[in-house]
Design a protein around this ligand. Structure first.
Ligand SMILES: NC(=O)c1ccc[n+]([C@@H]2O[C@H](COP(=O)([O-])OP(=O)(O)OC[C@H]3O[C@@H](n4cnc5c(N)ncnc54)[C@H](O)[C@@H]3O)[C@@H](O)[C@H]2O)c1
Length: 260
């Protein structure tokens, strides 16, 4: 029987890369995106079966996307990829930005996961939540973004161990990726300087491949690159020492940004 999958925020960036790979693996892919025109255009370009307007903040939108996927085959995978990346310290973010980060990044993935759980058949399936390396430890300059991603990692690990059996929930935690989201960050902000301190910025194709490889695996949390996960988790164990270290890394990031 034909299989289907859903990619939220799939009009561009990492989501588009995931959609392309899932099409190549033979699945019927449904792309959702708040930019419906871009979703439809991307679907046509990558060979997905549908590209729909979807705001992940609306739980009903996930049910409609799930119904569309069911029309094209047995739903086997759901990628909660849509996200927003407002940077800035907590003191400078507007109330609107704080709400949007929580509603898109955390609630969007929550509603998507619930829709997937309801739509998977008896054989189960895989939910891949595109979290972030920032979800594994403190990231000054990205405090609110990181908080939403930490919540997504936590949600994924807990739901993965909840019934029903046969459903696997994963959190992908990439470092900085070369997309429109990264390009929109304030280069003078502490957050982007710390992102750039970690070595080469990742390409969409390697991150999309890491997301797709989680389908069918028992791995719950995957960081890309793996060594950066160790660094950020280390900072989480000793958050008191982060201030001077963050300044050091930020200086390294500024040098890397100049060289790019
Ligand atoms: N780029 C990075 O450095 C990086 C690093 C780690 C994790 N991530 C995460 O990867 C995911 C994809 O990010 P990207 O870098 O490809 O960004 P991107 O901005 O290129 O793509 C995000 C997509 O999500 C869509 N979107 C935004 N709000 C939406 C909403 N309310 N409903 C539906 N769609 C919505 C956008 O229209 C866009 O097409 C995000 O969850 C992001 O937090 C990105």
């Amino acid at each position: 029987m034909q299989t289907s999958c859903v990619v939220t925020g799939g009009a561009r960036g990492i989501g588009r890369g995931i959609a392309e790979l899932m099409v190549a693996r033979g699945h019927h892919v449904v792309i959702g995106d708040v930019d419906g025109w871009a979703a439809a255009a991307t679907a046509a370009e990558v060979g997905a079966v549908a590209g729909l307007a979807q705001d992940v903040r609306d739980p009903d939108s996930h049910r409609l996307v799930a119904e569309e996927a069911a029309r094209h085959g047995r739903l086997v995978a759901w990628f909660n990829n849509a996200g927003v990346g407002d940077d800035g310290t907590l003191a400078v973010l507007t109330e609107e930005q704080v709400r949007r980060l929580v509603e898109v990044n955390l609630l969007g993935a929550t509603w998507g996961t619930r829709a997937a759980l309801a739509a998977f058949g008896p054989a189960g399936g895989d939910v891949v939540n595109v979290a972030s390396l920032s979800g594994l430890g403190p990231v000054p300059g990205y405090s609110m973004y990181a908080a939403t991603k930490a919540a997504v990692v936590s949600l994924s690990a807990s739901v993965n161990a909840e019934p029903p059996r046969g459903v696997r929930v994963h959190a992908l935690c990439p470092d900085g990726v070369d997309t429109a989201m990264l390009a929109a960050q304030d280069p003078d902000g502490l957050g982007s300087q710390l992102t750039w301190s970690g070595g080469p910025i990742l390409g969409v194709s390697e991150v999309a491949a890491a997301a797709v490889d989680l389908v069918g695996s028992r791995r719950v949390v995957r960081t890309v690159p793996a060594w950066r996960g160790g660094v950020v988790r280390g900072a989480a164990l000793a958050p008191g020492s982060l201030g001077p270290l963050a300044r050091l890394f930020a200086a390294q990031g500024r040098r890397a940004m100049k060289k790019r």
